[in-house]
Each structure stands twice: as structure tokens, then as C-alpha cells.
Design a protein around this ligand. Structure first.
Ligand code: SAH
Length: 424
């Protein structure tokens, strides 16, 4: 190859690096040629393209990317039979059960006169909104309470305009969400895509944060649970329910890290005196994880996947390397995180008993399967392939029917953890 051809090949290769998402930042023109030497050539000595090497590099880079920012999985979009919007009544029950407590907290603790409003706009955020309709109900309840508070203080003329930000991961079906916005809504609406484990808004720009049924999603599966050489390797299971304490500890560590980041970001974004309402799966300290309905569901999902592995539909290593990034926190863990962050005071911290999921499980296996499918199809399909979910659901339904006959419902208890915080 002539020098000229080499140079042409190398520059076109750099173009391909850019195309593949590998970004090179800041070399001065002088060090550019040194940089070229450092990048492995995708051409062999005969000048032929070394596709295998190039693809290997590309794959390595994309693996690195995904360890930093894991695959973005989300709830089933659209409005079809398996969609989140058609299978989220159990999550809606959490919003409804919290309504009066949130109302009271707004009425007693939200000091409207001290909140700094720029341009008369009151900003409310729902974090992890999914596709609706639950988010619209939650947001409307909050706005009604705030308006009610203005009225009770005879400040009717000062009721601000409301701007509601709907946040979820970038892969969320925002089209379905916005196509179903209530036609008579009395607020402006905007989407803010991105992970709530990081910053989403400018400093001191938000007055009220809300999040329901979302914060039990971890940012990623703890690395130890996927490492064959670790005591926390979660072989043959997809969750810490019924696994060894090392697995549970790894999940607990991930939750602590994620919640730390979450609170740190929100503390910057919320105005002083602003309020934050968080509703997430909860568990009493010391309670056995397998005795909460969600744990039962995750365990059955794991067992269903193992059955499919035994049948040869998927392979066992695939099951070993799959875990659900879901964590159920105790009130003590939440309080510890809030105290460590130091920017919020706790207005309310409630464990609310919830029978709903267990009732669904015992009386309506079809609905239990739909709930599982609408929330986990994306993450399962991304790992095992898109065709596998029908078979997973068949296995799951059969197992659930069988177990529902045998278990003693008195032994199971579901909880929601409601946390209401105020920015100091
Ligand atoms: N709040 C709604 C939806 C809950 S479903 C309700 O109560 O019905 C959970 C949602 O949280 C999903 O849409 C999921 O994509 C979102 N979610 C999970 N982790 C997230 C993250 N790190 N950042 C933003 N959204 C997240």
C-alpha cells in the first residue's frame, strides 16, 4: 500500500469510528498523527479491511458503554392487550391509597408563600411516569391539592400556572403518553427523558417532585451477581428472593448507591421548601422476601425461565446471566439515605399494607401474568430474544395456578412505602 492509500484508509477508518459512536475528544492537529498510531488499524498488511478486528473493537466499545449506562428497558408501550396502560391497576391503587396523606401533607407542610416562583409558574415533575393513565391521576391529585391550599388561604387570585414535566427513560413510549393527555388538563406539559438517578433539571427550578412505582427499579443489576467468581453470583435465579445473603447484600448496596444519587440530584433541582412524594415497594425490616407478593412473582419468573432452559428453548447460562434490577426497600433504609443526604426533612414515612397483588394472584392468574408481562417483557426480550415471552408467560401461568392452590395467603403481605420529604 502506498503512503497515500494508507492515509486515505486511516482517515476513512476514523470516520467509521465516529459513525460507530466512539468519540475522540480534543487532540490538537499536532498530536493527531500520534493518535492515529494509537488507534488499532482495521486494515491488515495487504490493505484489506480487517472487518473482524474492527467489529471486535466496536463490540468492546459498546459493551463498555452498556456497563456505564445499562440497557434502557421500560414498560410495554402502546394501548394493546399487553401494554402498561392496560395493565397497571395495581400501581394505580398505590396512587389512590396515598392521595389523602399527600393532600394532608400539602395542606399542612407546603408553605406556598415561601416557595420562589419565577414567572408565576409552579413546576411539578412525575419521575418514572410511563405511558399513562396513572401519571395523569397522580398529577391531577397534586394540582387539586395545591389549588385547594391557595383557596383555603384566600389566595385564589395568586394561583399560579402549572408546568408538568413527565419524566421517564428515553425508550419510554412518550407518544402514547402525550396522545392520551387529558383533553381538559389545566397545565402545560413537557417530557424530560433520562434517568432519574442523575440530573434532569437546572438548579432550584422544581417545586414539587412525585414518583410512584418507579424507584424500586435499580439503575443496573449489581455486577457481583453476574460474576461467576463472586459469592454473590446468582446462578439459576433472577432475583435475590430465596437467594443467599451475598446476593441480597449486593442488591441492597446498589439500592443505597442509586438512592444516594437520586437524592443528590433532586436536592439540587428542587427549590427550598419544595416537596417530594415517593411511593415505592416496601418491606418491613426482617420480613422474609419470599413472603411478599412481588418476591413470589419474581421467583416464579425465575422458575419459568429455568423450565424453558431445561426444555432447550433458552440456555441455562442465559438464565444465570439474567437478573431483575428490582429492589424492595425498608423504611429504615430510606430514612438512612435521606439522613445521609442531609438536604431534606421527613414529613411522612408510612408503610401502607397492600392486599391487592396477593388477591390478584389468588383469584386472577391471567391478570397476574399480564402485570408481569407489561412490566418485564422488554427486559426479558432484550436478554433472551423477542420471541420468548409467550412461552415464559405460559410457564408462569401454569406455575402460578398450581402455587395459588397450595399457598397460605395469610403468610404473605405486600407493602407500599410512602415517603414525603421537604427541602430544608
Ligand atoms: N409512575 C407510573 C409508572 C410506574 S412504572 C405509575 O405509577 O403507574 C415504572 C416506570 O419507571 C417505568 O416507566 C420505567 O421506565 C420508569 N423508570 C425506571 N427506572 C427509571 C429511571 N432510572 N429513570 C427514569 N424512569 C425510570
Amino acid at each position: 500500500m502506498t503512503e497515500k492509500t494508507k492515509l486515505h484508509c486511516t482517515y476513512s477508518m476514523i470516520f467509521r469510528y465516529f459513525q460507530s459512536g466512539i468519540v475522540i475528544i480534543g487532540p490538537s492537529p499536532l498530536c493527531f498523527h500520534h493518535l492515529l498510531k494509537w488507534i488499532p488499524s482495521p486494515y491488515n498488511e495487504n490493505g484489506k479491511e480487517n472487518i473482524k478486528d474492527f467489529d471486535k473493537i466496536k463490540r468492546r466499545m459498546s459493551n463498555n458503554r452498556s456497563s456505564r449506562e445499562p440497557d434502557s428497558y421500560t414498560m410495554n408501550g402502546g394501548k394493546g392487550a399487553y401494554s402498561y396502560s392496560n395493565n397497571s391497576s395495581s400501581q394505580r391503587a398505590g396512587i389512590e391509597a396515598s392521595k389523602d396523606i399527600i393532600d394532608e401533607a400539602i395542606s399542612k407542610e407546603l408553605d406556598l408563600t415561601k416557595l420562589s416562583l419565577t414567572s408565576n409558574a409552579f413546576s411539578v415533575v412525575d419521575l418514572g411516569c410511563s405511558t399513562g393513565p396513572n401519571t395523569f391521576i397522580a398529577v391531577q391529585n397534586i394540582l387539586d391539592s395545591i389549588k385547594q391550599k391557595y383557596q383555603s388561604l384566600s389566595l385564589d387570585s395568586e394561583i399560579p400556572e402549572f408546568l408538568v414535566y413527565f419524566n421517564d427513560r428515553t425508550s419510554n413510549d412518550f407518544n402514547t403518553l402525550f396522545a392520551s393527555l387529558p383533553p381538559n388538563k389545566q397545565y402545560f406539559a413537557a417530557a424530560v427523558p433520562g434517568s432519574f438517578h442523575g440530573r434532569l433539571f437546572p438548579e432550584s427550578s422544581i417545586h414539587f417532585f412525585h414518583s410512584s412505582s418507579a424507584l424500586h427499579w435499580l439503575s443496573k443489576v449489581p455486577g457481583e451477581c453476574l460474576n461467576k467468581n463472586s459469592l454473590a453470583w446468582n446462578k439459576g435465579r433472577v432475583h435475590y428472593t430465596n437467594a443467599g445473603s451475598e446476593v441480597y447484600d449486593a442488591y441492597a448496596g446498589q439500592f443505597a448507591e442509586d438512592m444516594g444519587k437520586f437524592l443528590e440530584a433532586r436536592a439540587k433541582e428542587i427549590v427550598f421548601g419544595g416537596m417530594m412524594v415517593l411511593i415505592l415497594s416496601g418491606i418491613e425490616s426482617g420480613m422474609c422476601h419470599s413472603k411478599q407478593p412481588a418476591g413470589l412473582l419474581y421467583d416464579l419468573l425465575g422458575a419459568s425461565l429455568m423450565d424453558l432452559a431445561k426444555k432447550g428453548v433458552i440456555n441455562e447460562e442465559e438464565v444465570d446471566s439474567f437478573n431483575l434490577p428490582l429492589y424492595t426497600a425498608t423504611p429504615e433504609e430510606m430514612r438512612e439515605r435521606v439522613e445521609r443526604n442531609g438536604c431534606f426533612s421527613v414529613v411522612r414515612m408510612e408503610m401502607m399494607k397492600s392486599k391487592l397483588m396477593m388477591d390478584v394472584f389468588l383469584t386472577n392468574v391471567h391478570l397476574a401474568t399480564m402485570i408481569l408481562r407489561s412490566t418485564t417483557e422488554d427486559i426479558v426480550s432484550k436478554h433472551f430474544g423477542s420471541g420468548v415471552m409467550d412461552e415464559v408467560c405460559q410457564q408462569f401461568s401454569a406455575k402460578a395456578l398450581d402455587i395459588a392452590k397450595k399457598l397460605n395467603p395469610e403468610e404473605y403481605q405486600g407493602y407500599r412505602l410512602l415517603v414525603i420529604l421537604k427541602r430544608n
